[in-house]
Each structure stands twice: as C-alpha cells, then as structure tokens.
Ligand binder design. Sequence first.
Ligand code: GAR
Length: 191
Amino acid sequence: MLRLAVLGSGSGSNCQSIFNAIKEGRLDAEVVLVLSDNPDAYILERARLNGVPAEVMDCGGYKNKFPLEVQAAVAQKLKELKVDMVCLAGFMRLVKEPLLSAFPRRILNIHPALLPSFPGVEAWRQALEAGATQAGCTVHYVDAGMDTGEIIMQAYVPVLPDDTPESLHARIQVQEHILYPAAILSALSRL
Ligand code: GAR
C-alpha cells in the first residue's frame, strides 16, 4: 500500500477529497500523516475525523517562511514513516531544501489556475481580474520555484459573466476535488 502525507494550511477540502477517493476505492493508498503550519486549520480536524494522525509544524511565528530546520525535521519524520508521496493541499509556504531533495519527484501540489498562468496567491482572483475566459486547476510536481514544476494534469473551468472571485473559486474547487486524487494516482503509477 502506497503511503501519502498531506500538508495543508486551511480548510483541507482537497485533503478530504483524497480521504474520500481512498475510501471509495479510487485511490489505492493510505494517508499516514497530515501536517499543518496552522494550529487552527480545519484540515487537522478533518484528519482526526478520518482517523489519520495529524500534527502541527511550528514555523516559529514566521508568516510565510518555511524555516530550514522545520523542513529538515519534516523530511526526517516523513522518511521515518516511509512516505512515498507528499501532497500539498492548500499549503501556503514554499517548499525548498532539504525537503525537496529528500523526496525528488515525490512532492505534488494543487494550484487553482491553469499554470503557467496565474501562479501565487488567490489565483482565481488573478484570473478574473485579468479578464480570462477560462480558469481551472493544475496538479504539478513541486520544484524550487513558485508553482513552476512539471504539470501532471489540469482541469478547465469556464469563467461566467457574473462570476465573483468566490463563485469562481467554488467551481474551481469542485474540479480540484476530482482532479487531485486522479493526478496522485497517475503520479504513483509513474514511481
Ligand atoms: C485550493 O483551492 C488550492 O488549490 C489552493 O488553496 C485552496 C485550499 O483549499 N492552493 C493554492 O493556492 C496554492 N498555491 P482546501 O484547504 O479546501 O483544500
């Protein structure tokens, strides 16, 4: 059974979609650990509700930085747990060394835009403000850049004339929840 870890900072609806895919037999894997940099994140509660161990990473009060020593400790923990694939699900810090090289081509991210367009925060809002007619989501391998790694799968979401940032993000999330488990399965099959 392939072993996943999920890292997230927020609600964890994508993490839930992974739990659901496993329960429903669409993804032959198990989540062995959920980690969050935010002690109040609902993703931690989702993990508990699904019987998955959950822990908080203490990033020392930095808002965006993912301190090197924290990344090293996470890498060691995930190695000890024999994790095969690390899934970022709404994780809002940049993964760098030494975590990256501990899991080469084994860290995935889901991003709410059709990369390479609109990397960074609130990508759905960026798409709307740029007047894009097509939005969507992307699952990609994580490299040292921001949302720049090799693309695994994408899903398209049309932008509607009366869309608000919230309505567009909600429709993108519906697609994310289908896309992420399918892309994880695809990446696992390439290991
Ligand atoms: C998702 O839309 C995800 O694509 C986005 O954060 C949201 C997390 O939602 N990630 C990024 O913007 C990363 N650059 P969730 O906590 O409900 O899964």
